[in-house]
Structure formats: C-alpha cells, structure tokens
Design a protein around this ligand. Structure first.
Ligand code: ATP
Length: 653
C-alpha cells in the first residue's frame, strides 16, 4: 500500500511480542518484492517496512537494510562471505539429510539454489521447533562467516551456515540460501533503498501526509549523504539520532571512507564537446585521459594513507610504491595536513616516464604486493582535490580546487605528476586539437574536458548556453561539466560495460568452453539484467579457461532456470550468477526484435549491438556500475544523430 495509507501502529499491535524483529518479517517482505516489477511498489514496501521497524525494533534496521541490499558491509571493508558451492552443498546435506544425487536432481529441477534448499528442507521434521531467527541474529552470523579466516575457516563457515539453515523455516531457508550466494534476486537496489530510507524517516518525523517537496528534498539529502559517506551503518545511526534534515552534518564526508566518484559525460567528438561545454567565453581545462586505474587517496593528520579504487575498494596494499612516494619523496608539502586527492595510476617506464598500457598495469597482483617485487613502475597523475586540511572542497569550483591541488604537493618525475593539461575556450580549436593528438600519441584514451568556473544562467539569448552548469565536484553524478572526448569516437567504435549472464557450449575447438556468452545491461533502478547480445569474439584461451572454471556446471555460479531478475528471450545452456563486468566493443547499435534491452525508451523494440568483441574484464567496476539500458539508448541516439549528420554532409557534397 502507499505509505500514506499504511499505519505501522495497526501492525505493531499484532507484532508487539516479536522483539527482536524476526527474520521471517523480512522474508515476507522479500516474497512481496519478488512478486512485483513495480519500482513504486518495491519502494512502498521497503518504506513501510522500515517505518514498522522504527517502532518495533530500531536496532534491526541496519541488519534489514544490509540483508535487503544483498551485502554485508560497505565495499571498502572487503567483507565477503566466501561461501562456495562445496560448503553450501555439505551444509544442505547435513541439515536436510538429502543425498548428493538427490541434491543434484533438485538443482536440475529448480536451477536456483534457494529453491533447492527450500524444497530440501521443507520435508524435514524436528521434535522441537528451534527458536526463530531474528534479523540481527542472521546478519551477525553472516558477519562471523565473513571474518572467519585461517585453516579451519571452511569448517567454521559450514557450521555457521548449518546453524542458520537448521533454524530457518519455509521461505527463510530460500532467502538465507540466496543470501549465502549473494544473489538475492529482489529489486532492493541502492537507489531504491536510499529512497525508502528517506521516505520512512520523513513520514515518521512529519506524518504520512507530509508534502511531496519535503519528501523529494529528503530523498536528495539521503542520496547525497550516501554519495559522500557510503555506509548504511553510519547513515542509519545518524538518521536515528538527528533525522533527515541534519543528515549532512551528522554523517559527513569522512577521511578513509571513499566518496563515490564524479562521472564524465561522453561526447561523440570535439565539435559536440565544444557545443556542450558552453559559449565562446567559457574557460575549460583539457586534460590527458590516462588509461590506468582511477585512485582516490585519503591522508590524515597522523600520516595514515588509504587508496581506494573507482569501485570503492580499499587497494592500499596493491600500491605500496604509491604509498612510498607520498611518504618518502616529500610529495606532500608541509602545510598539507590532510587531503582526499583523485588521480589515475598509470604504468610508466621508470627511466623515460613513457606511459605504459593498461594491460601492463593489470598484471600487478590485487593485494599484498611487496614493494621489492614490483616489476611495472607506476606514476600517479593527480587530477582533483576534494578535501584539504579538514575542509571539504566539493562545493569549490574546479579552478580553485586545481589551484589548491597544485600548491599542496610537489611533483616527483615519473612518480607523481599533475595530469597534463591546457586551459582553453571554444575559440582555441587548433590548440585543443593539437593537445588531443598529443594525448593519443602518449598512449592516452583521449582528453577530459572540465569546466573551470560554474556558469550561472543568464537571460541573454545571444549565447549558445542558457542553462547553469556547476564546476563543483559532484560525487556519483554524471554532469556536463566533465566531458570525455575519446579517440575511439572518431571511428564510431564505442564500448559498453556489460554483465555476463549465461553461456552456451562452444563448437569444435571451443567445445570445452562457454562460447557464446550472453551479455546484459543492468537497470540501476530495478536491478534487472536486460540481455543485449551474445559475444564470442575477443577471448584468449586463458580467458576461456578462466570463464569455464568460474561458471562451471555443478557450481552455484550457474543455474538452468532463468532467474527472476533476468530479462531475456534467449535461453542459454546455463544462466550465470551476475558478478562481474566486461568491457565490450562493437560496430554499431541496432533496434532488435529479440533483445529486450532499453525496450520502451527508443521504441517498443529493444536494442542490441553488432559484432560485439570482448576487450577486458573491468575489475574496477562492480555490477552496480555496469552500463544501464538508458546509457545504451543514449549511445543509440548519438549514433543515429551521427548518421543523420553524415547523410547531411553527403547531400551537401
Ligand atoms: P565512467 O567512469 O564514466 O563510468 P568509465 O569508468 O568506463 O566510465 P571512462 O569512460 O573511460 O571510464 O572515463 C572516465 C575515467 O577516465 C575515469 O574514471 C578515470 O579513471 C579516467 N581518467 C583518466 N584521466 C582522467 C582525468 N584527467 N580526469 C578524470 N578522469 C580521468
């Protein structure tokens, strides 16, 4: 029901005895959410649920939020359950008494490990019912599973999984098991959860009939708070203590908690960039667009350094050489006591400083890298400063942020540099073009164009731009104040970041591998994966082997039946649990009678791509950062307008 028609008090009377909040309340919500595709209904369900918990058992809210968002902690804490297929099937056998062949045939029948567990457990009878699971109890046990380390950790994890399964009843078993494999398949994605939190706290504070603009403002406050401080524990604690209105102060940007990165908008070429960036007086910076790994570096007054990836994972361990440069080469000037800096880490030739390829950087281990075993040197090209000496710089225009960046550090040749850049206006086309070509010659991907000062809309009609554009740092937002001009756009070749969601057996030489692979875009509002294409080009044999090992038959990473959150008319041999992002190049985007991606955005047909080719795994992106159907549609429209322009050119000739 709509939140304004929902009266938590009414339900509270019936549930009063149920404290601590039982897990079955949450799984009841999951079954409701599972049964709908309506984002409004999902938001309403979550909102009402949080309101109920606020009255029933506040201490359960964070557990419920983590459990609903298919995670156990923020990305930068690297908490992973690490429950593999073998732990899970052993636990299921112990708990239900089912034999291995019976388990396998159930899996073949259902194709979903949650449904298998549900059926295996449903017939188990016990003399005395074990005590019911609470939301907090389930979440705390998952944390114990995640932190289990050492030689006995597998046994301990299995014991804890069994403990939960023994106490789970009916639907609880289904969702517990889906949680173990981190594929809950309900649409409580981040944006939905943040909206629900904002609404629940606003309704509780101001009543169910509070004004729409109050709700919208609250949603924006909560979204912004998450973009600066992406940790539900802290956000919910702050909301409970001081409410939505004071959230920005009570849960601010904090050192060693990564902020979500600002994103750049694509442009198809230089002339589109020049139109987008403003009128002929607009000043902007053009910077090399380096092909490395984006890094956000935090430094506090005690000298602690944290390096985060674009995907918010802590990767300080991966770059001991960057830590060493910052610490021992006097890069950080005396007055610079604390900061959050952003830059691109790029492989370089230590002697000449020539830039290396992204590939050479990706050979480096992911963690625990020893400084004396490093074979590929790197340089950090700093391009932004978001925090300095205790002050947030997010609302400071780029020109001033860049001045502070340049006066706070001392570059060290081939180790720490500022991104190569020139300042320009749209009148400097020759200089921009020369700079663009020198970026390509230096093995960069093109240029980033950044507005130096905010533009405030004027009523003048003679200028090309009449809308306002901020040059502040906007976490998690794609604004036109950061434009990407890539070399590939010239040749009409573009790339998408897609999620592999299934595979067919290959033929001939590839008969032991998955080929083709079904790829999907992900809708960030619903969490639904929409199939875009099949891909069978661009894989090395090593990659084929890696894919086969990961999505092998009989593992919990594959399933015969189509998961509810997949939209695809094609049925591969096996569907795969979504867990990674692949960069895929293609020739062009076409309207498709088969594929459902972006259906309804451009027309009643979906979109697909021709000649898809695997380029690389995007380890720096999680599935939440995969290309969205809306992005695919945007690329399609660009391509169409490019086509029209080409035709116009032909007519003129
Ligand atoms: P997006 O970040 O927009 O989702 P993406 O991760 O696929 O897309 P690109 O489209 O290649 O990345 O462009 C943005 C990326 O370019 C940044 O995330 C950053 O890693 C990289 N980059 C390299 N040089 C710069 C620079 N000078 N300024 C900003 N970003 C840069």
């Amino acid at each position: 029901v709509s939140p304004s028609e929902f009266d938590p008090i009414e339900h509270l009377a019936a549930l009063k005895s149920l404290v601590p909040a039982p897990y079955f309340l949450l799984t009841h919500l999951f079954t409701q959410v599972d049964a709908t595709r309506s984002r409004i209904k999902i938001i309403n369900g979550l909102t009402n649920f949080i309101r109920l918990l606020m009255l029933l058992d506040k201490s359960a809210i964070t557990s419920a939020v983590w459990l609903s968002t298919n995670s156990i902690g923020p990305p930068y804490t690297a908490l992973e359950l690490g429950i593999g297929g073998s732990i899970l099937s052993k636990a299921l056998k112990t708990v239900s008494g089912i034999s291995a062949p019976a388990l396998k045939s159930l899996y073949d029948k259902h194709g979903d490990i949650g449904d298998v567990a549900f059926e295996a457990k449903v017939s188990v009878r016990t003399l005395v019912d074990p005590p019911r699971l609470s939301m907090k109890g389930v979440y705390d046990t998952l944390l114990q599973i995640a932190v289990a380390k050492g030689s006995k950790s597998q046994e301990l994890k299995q014991k804890l999984v069994e403990k939960l399964l023994i106490r789970g009843r009916g639907e609880e078993v289904r969702y517990l098991t889906r949680t173990f494999v981190q594929h809950l398949r309900i649409g409580a994605v981040r944006t939905t959860m943040l909206t629900a939190l904002a609404r629940a706290f606003t309704f509780t504070e101001y009543g169910s009939d509070c004004a729409q603009d109050k709700l919208q403002k609250a949603e924006e406050v909560v979204r912004q708070c998450y973009a600066r401080h992406p940790n539900y524990n802290d956000i919910i604690a702050a909301l409970l203590v001081s409410g939505v209105e004071k959230l920005a102060e009570s849960c601010p940007m904090t050192l060693h908690i990564p902020i979500l990165p600002m994103l750049g908008s694509i442009t198809k070429d230089m002339s589109e960039m020049l139109v987008k960036i403003g009128n002929e007086h607009t000043e902007f910076a053009c910077e090399f667009k380096y092909d490395g790994q984006r890094a956000q570096i935090h430094y506090d007054e005690c000298g602690k350094i944290s390096i985060f990836s674009r995907h918010l994972e802590l990767m300080t361990d991966k770059y001991p050489d960057i830590v060493d440069v910052l610490r021992s080469h006097r890069v950080i000037l005396d007055g610079t006591r604390s900061f959050i800096l952003e830059g691109e880490i790029v492989a370089v030739n230590e002697v000449t400083g020539a830039l290396g390829s992204f590939q050479s950087l990706s050979n480096r281990g992911r963690k625990g890298v020893q400084i004396d075993s490093i074979s590929v040197a790197v340089c950090l090209f700093a391009f932004d400063l978001m925090y300095l000496n205790g002050e947030s710089l997010l609302d400071v225009p780029f020109r001033a942020r860049r001045d502070l960046l340049r006066s706070s550090f001392a570059p060290v040749p081939h180790k720490f540099a500022y991104a190569e850049s020139i300042d320009a206006t749209p009148l400097d086309q020759d200089a921009i073009s020369t700079f663009f070509h020198s970026s390509i010659e230096s093995k960069c991907e093109g240029i980033m164009v950044k507005l130096l000062d905010s533009i405030v809309a004027t009523t003048t009609t003679s200028t090309r731009r009449t809308k306002s554009l901020l040059s502040t740092y906007t976490p998690d937002l794609r604004r036109e104040s950061w434009l990407k001009v890539k070399k590939d756009y010239d040749s009409a070749a573009d790339s998408l970041d897609l999620v592999p969601i299934g595979g067919w057996y290959g033929n001939g030489r590839k008969s032991n591998f998955w080929s083709p692979v079904l790829l999907a875009a992900r809708d960030p509002d619903t969490g639904i994966f929409q199939a875009v294409c099949k891909c069978m080009t661009g894989f090395t044999d090593a990659m084929y082997k890696e894919i086969k090992a990961k999505y092998d038959e009989g593992t919990i990473n594959v399933t015969r039946l189509k998961p509810a959150d997949f939209e695809t008319p094609l049925t591969p041999e096996y569907f795969w649990v979504p867990q990674e992002v692949w960069e895929i190049k293609f020739a062009d985007i076409t309207l498709s009678p088969i594929y459902p991606a972006a259906q309804g955005i451009i027309s009643d047909r979906g979109l697909s791509i021709r000649f898809p080719r695997f380029i690389r795994k995007r380890d720096d992106k999680g599935i939440e950062e995969a290309s969205s159907p809306a992005f695919l549609a945007e690329l399609y429209q660009r391509q169409q307008s490019r086509g029209t322009e080409d035709q116009d050119d032909t007519h003129e000739q």
